[in-house]
Ligand binder design. Structure first.
Ligand SMILES: Cc1cc2nc3c(=O)[nH]c(=O)nc-3n(C[C@H](O)[C@H](O)[C@H](O)COP(=O)(O)O)c2cc1C
Length: 166
């Protein structure tokens, strides 16, 4: 049994729920999994592996992810790491948008070398957005709704222990 940290950044809650789902899947596989926001992780002591996730806003991964990696860089180089990015680019399946999201994930996790990386479709709920966010997402014709694919999220989580060698 391994002790796994799933750490996430989230502005509107959808990434937080994805992180929780990954944690539940790893617990169901017999591991100890803690799901903690990046800003509240004090130390990685005792963890055998780390999963890091966050959403994409305005073409970039939220900065809390990169800050977390910088803060814990030395500890993170000693354990297997996996990363995921959440965005609406995964909804349209537009190859350029997906490539951009993957690049954003890489940039946030650098210089780590994750054993697994993926992009998950997220959620856009106009009721949770500011006036400006609603204006901008309408302007770029963002798809509206909850596009999270729980089966795909669960399947990715199930493959993690094998990829992490834990
Ligand atoms: C203002 C704004 C900008 C966004 N920009 C992007 C983007 O550049 N690329 C993308 O794929 N998704 C984008 N999204 C979609 C978010 O990534 C998606 O809503 C995600 O599920 C939000 O995660 P959270 O609920 O954890 O904050 C944007 C959403 C908003 C509201």
């Amino acid at each position: 049994m391994a002790h796994i940290l799933i750490t996430y950044a989230s502005k509107k809650g959808s990434t937080a729920e994805i992180a929780q789902a990954i944690g539940k899947e790893l617990q169901a596989a017999g591991h100890a999994a803690d799901v903690v926001e990046t800003g509240t992780v004090a130390s990685l002591a005792g963890y055998n592996a780390v999963v890091i996730g966050g959403p994409m806003y305005m073409g970039r991964m939220v900065s809390d992810v990169g800050k977390f990696v910088k803060r814990h860089r030395d500890e993170l180089t000693k354990v297997p790491v996996a990363g995921f990015i959440v965005g609406l680019a995964a909804v349209s399946k537009d190859p350029a948008g997906i490539a951009w999201a993957e690049k954003a994930l890489h940039a946030s996790l650098a210089p780590l070398k994750p054993v697994a990386e993926t992009i998950f479709a997220g959620r856009l709920d106009p009721a949770k957005l500011s006036w400006f966010q609603n204006w901008i997402t309408k302007k770029v014709k963002s798809p509206v709704g909850d596009f999270r694919d729980w089966a795909a999220i669960g399947a990715w989580a199930q493959e993690l222990p094998g990829k992490m060698g834990i």
